[in-house]
Design a protein. Structure first.
Length: 134
């Protein structure tokens, strides 16, 4: 029987950051509905819910805030991918009419010692003509 391949260090680092972000959201009363949800090449790091609102959370884990930090990686192209992924998630879960928002959580550091920045309503998007800006 083959042993499992060791996880690449950068993937383990990112997974650790996602665990910290999920614990942060859960500790503030958010229900975690999905983690690392995928549809083809699209992915949502965290999908949370609180008071009937769906929150799609992009988690960026970095060793430092150099080069613009994690928030700089959530550019227009990434936002479009998150919007597409969120549309598939809402359809799949029959929650199309739910109010939604996009948050970004940036974590900086190593091990368990992270500095965190939580950007609520990090960007706005429109689903279509019948849905308002989120």
């Amino acid at each position: 029987m083959e042993s499992a391949k060791p996880r690449a260090a950068h993937l383990a680092f990112g997974a650790n950051g996602e665990n910290v972000a999920a614990a942060f959201m859960a500790g503030r009363g958010y229900a975690i509905l999905a983690r690392n949800w995928r549809h083809g090449h699209l992915e949502l790091d965290l999908v949370c819910e609180k008071n009937g609102e769906i929150i799609f959370v992009e988690v960026k884990t970095r060793r430092s805030a150099l080069y613009g930090g994690g928030v700089a990686a959530v550019n227009t192209r990434k936002q479009r991918k998150l919007l597409a992924a969120s549309q598939f998630w809402l359809m799949e879960n029959k929650m199309w009419g739910s109010p939604c928002r996009f948050d970004v959580i940036c974590l900086y550091g190593q091990g368990r010692d992270f500095r965190m920045e939580h950007y609520r309503n990090a960007f706005c998007q429109t689903l279509d003509n019948s849905h308002p800006y989120w």
